[in-house]
Ligand binder design. Structure first.
Ligand SMILES: Cc1cc2nc3c(=O)[nH]c(=O)nc-3n(C[C@H](O)[C@H](O)[C@H](O)COP(=O)(O)OP(=O)(O)OC[C@H]3O[C@@H](n4cnc5c(N)ncnc54)[C@H](O)[C@@H]3O)c2cc1C
Length: 301
């Protein structure tokens, strides 16, 4: 149990009052009261233990590709996850990655070694922990499909390992995304042999496709979930005439309507006001209820 053990972490090792905007893709967010960079799973455990024993709010941050922090910041400890090693077990046909591993170099390494399973997710800007917590996906595939087991810190501070079913994965969602306060430490993925050149070509082509489709401005990626593969949030927002609609510096991208972009100095309040407006207009014009994909962080979690 982490909770009962006194953390080795000292208050002096924590940075204070650190702006969160640079650690997010959308470049929005006020300061974290406390901020700690974790370079290993042990560091993450120490930080969580510290937060639990000091009754601090805590939050783990990966690459910041899917979060919107409030303008007033985060009243607690933000643990920036840079635990970034992985191991490929050729005989067992699996790969175990620490949760701070960035998807692109990890999946490219698998491809170079002729291992497939995760190639659809290579260009998703995210860490393994963030991708698993949100069940990231592309091309009709979700990362949860390849998970064998996950090692994590549970809400009581205990380190446990569970298989995929425990996390109740759904389209862009999981038990964690729905509020179960777990911190992922390691994930084991099933992999299989495939031609390396084919895999690398697929990753490269996907990257080029994304470059063409995605806006140049900072964003959190797709803001809303698709209703189905046929009825996409982007099409509904575009059909509702909202491309280019702005609140402050937050704008519905005119390149991809499901991206809310920061055209300069957008605030979290601008983004949330715009998102609410999109939901209302789409409901009024099409009857569909859009559900958020982006995680909106509260000042106190
Ligand atoms: C340009 C662009 C394109 C994108 N394209 C896609 C796409 O094609 N498909 C897709 O699914 N998403 C896409 N996204 C969204 C985003 O990249 C993914 O959701 C990604 O998986 C987020 O990972 P992250 O490490 O950045 O998570 P973060 O944004 O850092 O965190 C997201 C949430 O996960 C939680 N979390 C992070 N790490 C852990 C952990 N170790 N344990 C428990 N919880 C954790 C955080 O607390 C937070 O609540 C895109 C985003 C951008 C900016």
């Amino acid at each position: 149990m982490l909770k009962k053990r006194k953390s080795m972490l000292k208050t002096e090792e924590l940075k204070t009052n650190i702006s969160l905007a640079p650690y997010t893709y959308i470049k929005i967010g006020g300061p974290a009261k406390y901020f700690y960079v974790a370079n290993s799973s042990d560091d993450i455990s120490e930080a969580v233990s510290f937060a639990l024993s000091n009754n601090l709010n805590y939050l783990i941050l990966g690459l910041g590709g899917n979060v919107l922090f409030p303008d007033e910041g985060f009243d607690g400890l933000v643990i920036l996850n840079r635990a970034s090693s992985w191991q490929i077990n050729e005989e067992e046909k699996n790969a175990v990655a620490q949760s701070g591993v960035i998807l692109k170099p990890f999946i490219t390494d698998l491809a170079i070694k002729g291992f497939a399973g995760l190639e659809f997710f290579a260009n998703i800007p995210g860490s393994v922990g963030g991708a698993v917590a949100g069940n990231a996906g592309a091309y009709g595939h979700s990362i949860s499909e390849e998970i064998s087991w996950v090692k994590f810190i549970d809400p009581e501070g205990e380190i446990i390992t569970e298989n995929r079913d425990f996390f109740e994965f759904e389209y862009r969602s999981s038990r964690i995304k729905k509020g179960y306060r777990a911190v992922i430490l390691e994930v084991c993925f099933d992999i299989y042999h495939k031609n390396s050149e084919e895999l690398l070509k697929q990753i490269e082509e996907d990257e080029a496709l994304r470059k063409g489709k995605h806006p140049e401005y900072p964003s959190c990626g797709s803001f809303f979930k698709n209703i189905s593969r046929e009825i996409t949030a982007g099409k509904l927002i575009e059909d509702a005439g909202l491309k280019g609609f702005k609140v402050g510096d937050a704008m519905v991208s005119d390149k991809h309507a499901n991206f809310i972009v920061n055209t300069g100095n957008a605030t979290a309040k601008d983004v949330k006001t715009l998102a609410d407006h999109i939901v209302n207009v789409v409901k009024e014009k099409t009857g569909y209820d859009l559900e958020r994909e982006v995680v909106i962080i509260k000042n106190k979690q």
